[in-house]
Design a protein around this ligand. Structure first.
Ligand SMILES: [Fe+2]
Length: 535
């Protein structure tokens, strides 16, 4: 393809030539070069040759037209003559630098003006071409310049990719919101070279955007003014970029308080999850001459897009932790309620009979004495206490007259009575939070020598919970009044436990229990509190 076009403004010659093939995609990826020379022949020769090399080329006749072109569309390189009417090559170079136009400049000059060419290079020109030139030389310089520019751009992209990789990695592995915000602000201050960066997040309850964290560069001035959130939101919703300098920043920010530094430059980007703005990232420059450019704003936008999802994740995780905790405590209180209800049943059962009143609570107290003597962990001591309270829950299923019968039980009545440990197991089994108490109910009438019921277990085969409750139960049963006999004295009960240690009771537990019981009694006597201990 080869195109020659005339620009409409005043008929000045502007020629555009493309690469020689018809491949439009290739044209889009080809480097764009602007040739500026008032000598038509030179301009056209250069345009023709560079187009044959595959570049997209335009030619203009002076510096002013060149500046107009450069502002109109992007170019990778300008090849400009030094001496031209209106705007000279040197002036063009100065304007390119002042306008921050990202383009490589090569100066063409006659033999007598080499010093000027060197002057131009000091002002930022990439290279110079001496007239008259060989076309191969020009092509070589152009190629070298564009290669260097490409490498520089790749380098920048690589650096950006590396930063983003580091940020992404740091925030992807963290569910701690403060840590995620800290990583983002550090990357922002580093990449955009601002004095202060702030992060505002929307409070999910009030919907208001509050400053959540800020970071100032070392030795930075400040403080940063607060953003006008509504104004910013309007811009965000329209997708309009927020980048302002000097007094123009007033539109987006609250007035700076007395003594505050004048703001030089400000940029802000939204933190978005889907179309929802969950917050914003702001950067402030108070340093004279340090204005943020579009590149900095784009970098911010990239950081913000990486950050938004991680912030949302960290916030969801926080929510989840709080909700889980609420659920856990609700579950706990539900379990406690349930246990209290069942304990209430057990107590109601006892209350109906003056002989067994307070029995379960005393069994729980003695069982705790044994558990503490065994130095069981606290959670297991609690299990022992609860098992003590529940151990006779199965009696709910036994007829009242039978439990309280003053005389001797018939063999049928005995076997009916002996069902209560198994009935207790059946009551507790369907309730998940009470299953761990079953062994206390089910096994507290087993004998160490295997002569007990309901299963005739022996020795260590009887679960510890059962062996503990058996001792506590037997001692309290002996030392309290029953329908069929008066309470026995403490010493008699002790003698009976000693006599049955190894047959009915676990001998080691029995020894430990009696020792702890003596300590308890001695302590109670010392305090003069004899109400709870059997005489
Ligand atoms: Fe019992």
């Amino acid at each position: 393809m080869s195109v020659v076009s005339q620009v409409p403004d005043g008929g000045a010659a502007v020629a555009e030539r493309g690469p020689p093939d018809d491949d439009l995609a290739a044209e889009q990826t080809s480097a764009r070069i602007l040739v500026v020379d008032d000598e038509k022949v030179i301009r056209e020769i250069l345009c023709e040759f560079l187009a044959m090399e595959g570049y997209v080329v335009r030619g203009v006749e002076d510096g002013e037209k060149a500046l107009g072109e450069l502002r109109l569309r992007p170019y990778d390189m300008v090849i400009s003559d030094l001496k031209m009417p209106k705007l000279s090559g040197l002036e063009l170079l100065e304007r390119i630098t002042a306008d921050n136009l990202d383009v490589l400049t090569v100066i063409m000059t006659g033999f007598g003006t080499v010093e000027t060419a060197i002057e131009a290079m000091k002002k930022g020109a990439y290279d110079y071409i001496l007239k008259p030139f060989k076309v191969e030389e020009v092509v070589h310089i152009v190629q070298r310049g564009l290669d260097r520019q490409r490498l520089q751009q790749e380098n920048i992209r690589l650096r950006e990719a590396l930063t983003l990789y580091k940020v992404s990695e740091a925030i992807a592995t963290s569910l701690d919101l403060d840590q995620v915000l800290d990583v983002i602000l550090r990357a922002t201050v580093h990449e955009v070279a601002c004095d202060v960066a702030t992060l505002h997040l929307q409070d999910p309850k009030t919907g208001r955007y509050e400053e959540r964290m800020r970071l100032a560069a070392d030795g930075a001035r400040g403080p940063a003014p607060a953003p006008r959130v509504e104004e910013l939101m309007g811009f965000f919703q329209r997708g309009a970029p927020i980048l302002a300098h000097g007094v123009k920043t007033n539109r987006f920010l609250q007035p700076i308080g007395p003594g505050g530094q004048p703001l030089v430059s400000y940029a802000a980007v939204p933190l978005q999850v889907s179309s929802r703005v969950i917050g914003m990232l702001n950067v402030f420059s108070f340093t004279r001459g340090k204005q943020f450019d579009e590149g900095a704003r784009k970098m911010l936008a990239i950081l913000a897009s990486r950050a938004a999802a991680s912030i949302e994740n960290a916030r969801l995780y926080d929510d989840l932790v709080v909700k889980n905790e609420a659920l856990r405590s609700a579950n706990l209180s539900l379990e406690e309620n349930f246990q209290q209800t069942v304990a209430g049943f057990a107590q109601a059962l006892e209350e109906s009979d003056r002989y067994t009143r307070g029995h379960s609570e005393r069994v729980a107290m003695y069982a705790e004495l044994i558990a503490r003597g065994l130095t069981l962990p606290d959670s297991e001591v609690q299990t022992v206490v609860k098992a003590g309270l529940m151990h006779d829950i199965g009696k709910i299923g036994i007829r009242y007259e039978l439990i309280n019968k003053p005389g001797k039980l018939s063999p049928e009545e005995v076997s009916m009575f002996r069902e209560h440990p198994d009935k207790g197991r059946r009551i507790l089994a369907p309730i998940p939070c009470m299953r761990h108490l079953i062994e206390g109910c089910w096994c507290h009438h087993e004998f160490f020598d295997g002569g007990g019921y309901p299963r005739g277990l022996s020795g260590q085969n009887i679960p510890l919970l059962g062996r503990i409750v058996a001792l506590a139960d037997a001692y309290d049963a002996m030392t309290s009044d029953r329908a069929y006999r008066r309470a026995l004295k403490h010493d008699v009960a002790v003698a009976e436990i000693e006599r049955c240690a190894g047959t009915q009771f676990d001998p080691e537990l029995a020894e430990l229990f009696l020792a702890r019981l003596e300590e308890l009694r001695a302590d109670a006597r010392k305090r003069g509190d004899l109400g709870l201990i059997p005489p």
